[in-house]
Design a protein around this ligand. Structure first.
Ligand code: TPP
Ligand code: MG
Length: 348
């Protein structure tokens, strides 16, 4: 017998044609929201610049852009504190920037420069910013999930009040290690928050071609992990869910899972909107663009009299200038010396 419940179905959240509720900012600090809007605009401008550099062949490493799904990173990052640890994956530029990672070091990294956050040896998918709490991002799908649980186990054994966050995609829930880690984290009541950015796609494959149900919350339900599902293009909803999850994990209530339903505007890898790894993208993007997380937050702030169109344009111009300056500086930076190659790998 197969039984399903709310944890199995995304419902209207997955349908951009029927879903773009206004964002409710009642009770929120408008100055904080303006700062977070500015941060989302900065992330988007940085991603657009990286996309352009990739398209022109100036950037030579594969880049998985996050344009359209800026909310989960910014919402979660606003709720963690010093001593917490965050792990990302292959689409992690926003995680790095939202946590306060240095923009020039990100651009230098994707440009392969010695001044990059991984000394130009890692590229877009090996980002790190320890001071800001980002303990690493890797390209192997699912690889950081058990490492995050290990860090959470260490925090628990050390009796520290640190929380660990693991960002992953819907595709990563198809890796066995995800399920093993959820079971382990639940069994040992670890202070870890799993944030699944469910953008409905893994590479070119839609969820409906890969899984019997579209919501990944059912995996939390199966392993006795507390879960929340949010509109991943609504910053306020993401912040509220993150507050609850992080507080619960810190208070010893065990692992938490947030599924943030969102959508990427660019293809799986690279700057093009019309292709996922060489496969033509189907319809859907135009309607998802109407659910733009930046425009929706801007609209809510405008409606409450906290923002006008001029201010948003000004944010965009300033971000473009900051990104352009960091880009030009990073491009002048040197490449690593050839002999540095063996300094940065483990070998016997
Ligand atoms: C173990 C492993 N299998 C396959 C790949 C190739 N690959 C890279 S990203 C990706 C899709 C991941 O989808 P998802 O987790 O939903 O993240 P998204 O790209 O949507 O952000 C795949 C299959 C990989 N890097 N690692
Ligand atoms: Mg995905």
């Amino acid at each position: 017998m197969i039984t399903t419940d709310d944890s199995h179905h995304l419902g209207k959240l997955a349908d951009s044609n029927s879903y773009w509720d206004p964002i409710n900012i009642d009770g929120e600090d408008p100055r904080e929201l303006l700062d977070q809007l500015r941060l989302m605009v900065l992330i988007r401008c940085a991603e657009e610049r990286i996309g352009e550099g990739f398209g022109k062949g100036v950037i030579r490493c594969p880049c998985h852009l996050v344009i359209g799904q800026e909310v989960p990173a910014v919402g979660l990052a606003s709720r963690i504190q010093k001593g917490d640890k965050v792990f990302g994956a292959h689409r992690s530029h926003a995680h790095y920037l939202a946590l306060g990672g240095d923009l020039r070091k990100l651009l230098a990294e994707v440009l392969g420069r010695d001044t990059g956050c991984s000394k130009g040896m890692g590229g877009s998918m090996h980002l790190i910013a320890l001071e800001q709490g980002l303990y690493g991002t890797v390209p192997i799908v699912g690889a950081t999930i058990p490492i995050a649980a290990g860090a959470a186990l260490a925090a628990k054994l050390d009796k520290s009040d640190s929380v660990v966050v693991s960002f992953l995609g819907d595709g990563a829930t198809e890796e066995g290690v995800f399920h093993e880690t959820l079971n382990f984290a639940s069994n040992f009541q670890l202070p870890v928050v799993f944030v699944i950015e469910n953008n409905l796609f893994a590479s070119h494959l839609h969820m409906s071609l890969r899984q019997p149900f579209d919501s990944t919350c059912r995996f939390a339900q199966a392993h006795g992990v507390s879960w929340q599902r949010v509109d991943g293009n609504d910053l306020v909803a993401m912040k509220r869910a993150s507050s609850l999850a992080v507080c619960q994990a810190r208070a010893g209530a065990g692992p938490q899972l947030i599924e943030a339903v969102t959508y990427r505007w660019r293809g799986h890898v690279g700057d093009r909107e019309d292709q996922d790894v060489g496969v033509a993208r189907k319809e859907g993007l135009e309607s998802w663009k109407k659910r733009d997380p930046i425009q929706r937050l801007a609209l809510a702030l405008e409606t409450s009299g906290r923002l006008d169109e001029g201010m948003l344009q000004d944010m965009r111009k300033k971000s473009q200038t900051v990104v352009a300056e960091a880009w030009e500086q990073a491009r002048l930076d040197p490449f690593p010396a050839a002999e540095a190659l063996l300094d940065r790998v483990y070998f016997k």
